[in-house]
Design a protein around this ligand. Structure first.
Ligand code: PFF
Length: 468
């Protein structure tokens, strides 16, 4: 195999890599997940810690993933194996690739169900169901949907078919065109929503919730029961914030590594990664700024959970001028954002199947897609027939467990090992040559990847374990 390109193809330019990786990063995580976990974890301090994790852990690890991918030029499993060999590391590093494939399957299994909600909301917005809807009306539209396993299954299936189609067509044809137009459109629409929230929502309350840190909330969960305030120590907000930094940047499982393997040799890795991370963070913050003013203006609770955007944004679309059009466009763009992320979740597995089993992309995409569809049934049922306590473990449904396990444990662990490999196993001249950064930038990256990122991940893990 040539050292300079991947057998799976290559992005046509550096811009295409940025768009594709941003397509992977920007998705349900930014628009659906970030607002509801910020709501559940108390807002400001959580958001600040999340931003800190993006800067000190996410960005250096993303640089490491792209670098490893571009140097290895194969699926993450084979890249890790061959880099471990050339850098005199243990062949066991290939396990990191395998863990990533497993995480990708598990994440996509529930990601697809939520993307199915977004698809269902496209149909509802186009049909004008939200016109003039009140907070209660919107709430019951949401409940009706998630309590119906057949409908959820149908939308989940449709989304999985969409993913298999694009992955089957391959890197260039499947992806590049979609991202170029959709990403800017999504940003523009989010800005429209923030402007609406500014005029019609409780903007200053929303912003204060999102940006005014109350550090107690990082460590304690307080409730007022019978007039008495009770606080319990919790390690959750920090681990959820850190887990989300990995999730939102698509890190720790090989998605960015595999996209890096299709990157032209001459492009700058550091600059591309900064652009992607800034764009991703901007989208999440804009989503939060659109949603929380509406939450407070309508007397809703910020901590309602995964239904948050589906229970708030339709209220805005129901009353704003042109709401039917904006609402339809918004959910269509949300589906596209989810789509471009979902395909990156299975690309590592598909690339490996093509390399090692000598089968075509189409067959590989179908094999992976069907398996993921099947695992997704657990999430479909989590909101209805399996929502009861009899089907829960540690008070969590299958969906909650999958989300917790993947975002908060598997991705940060994967990221930790990627940092250790890039910082400690890989020889300095190899990483310096591949990154080709200004010496001081490389120096900063090296300190972050060797010390800061691993120690922060370990500290957050230990903090959580102590609480158990
Ligand atoms: N980054 C995506 C999002 O924020 O929606 C989700 C994701 C994609 C996570 C790819 C992990 C991944 F490998």
């Amino acid at each position: 195999m040539s050292e300079h390109t991947s057998i799976h193809g290559q992005w046509s330019s550096r811009l295409m890599f940025i768009l594709a990786a941003a397509g992977s990063a920007v998705g349900l995580g930014n628009i659906w997940k970030f607002p509801y976990i910020a709501g559940e974890n108390g807002g400001g301090a959580f958001v600040l810690f999340y931003l800190l994790c993006i800067a000190l852990v996410g960005i250096p690890i993303m640089i490491a993933e792209v670098m490893l991918g571009r140097k290895g030029r194969q699926s993450p499993i084979n890249t890790m194996r061959s880099l471990a060999r050339s850098e005199n590391g243990s062949p066991l590093w290939a396990l990191l690739g395998w863990a990533g494939v497993a995480a990708g399957f598990l994440i996509l299994s529930y990601y697809s169900v939520i993307a199915g909600w977004a698809l269902a909301y496209v149909a509802r917005s186009v049909a004008g169901v939200f016109n003039g809807a009140t907070a209660d009306g919107v709430q019951s539209i949401f409940t009706d949907l998630v309590q119906d396993p057949e409908r959820l299954l149908a939308w989940h299936s449709l989304f999985m078919v969409m993913c298999m189609l694009v992955v089957a067509r391959g890197v260039r044809h499947g992806l590049e065109r979609a991202v170029r137009i959709l990403m800017p459109a999504l940003l523009a629409l989010l800005v429209v929503l923030v402007v609406y929230a500014f005029f019609e929502g409780a903007f200053s309350t929303g912003l204060a919730f999102l940006f005014q840190p109350d550090f107690e909330k990082l460590f304690f969960r307080c409730e007022t029961i019978g007039g008495v305030r009770q606080c319990d120590f919790t390690g959750d907000p920090m681990i959820v914030a850190m887990g989300h930094a990995f999730f939102t940047l698509s890190l720790g499982m090989g998605a960015i590594m595999v996209y890096g393997s299709y990157m032209p040799k001459s492009s700058s890795i550091g600059g591309s990664v900064m652009t992607i991370a800034i764009l991703d963070t901007l989208v999440a913050l804009l989503a939060g700024m659109a949603i929380f003013p509406l939450v407070f203006a309508n007397g809703l609770a910020p901590g309602v959970g995964p239904g948050l955007i589906f229970q708030t944004l339709p209220i805005a679309f129901g009353s704003m001028p042109g709401g039917q059009l904006f609402g339809s466009l918004f959910f269509i763009l949300l589906v596209f954002a989810a789509w471009t992320s979902a395909i990156s979740l299975i690309e590592p597995a598909v690339a490996w199947l093509v390399e090692n089993r000598q089968i075509g992309r189409a067959r590989a995409a179908i094999m992976v897609g069907v398996t993921v569809w099947f695992i997704g049934l657990g999430t479909v049922f989590s909101f209805n027939i399996w929502s009861g306590e009899a089907y829960q473990l540690f008070g969590k449904t299958v969906f909650d467990l999958l989300d917790y396990l993947t975002s908060n444990i598997m991705l940060p662990l994967g990221g930790l090992f990627i940092a250790l490999f890039a910082g400690w196993v890989m020889q300095q001249p190899s990483s310096a040559a591949e990154l080709a950064m200004k010496p001081w930038v490389y120096g900063v990256w090296r300190v972050l990847i060797r010390y800061v990122a691993p120690l922060l991940v370990i500290a957050v893990f230990l903090n959580r374990i102590e609480v158990f």
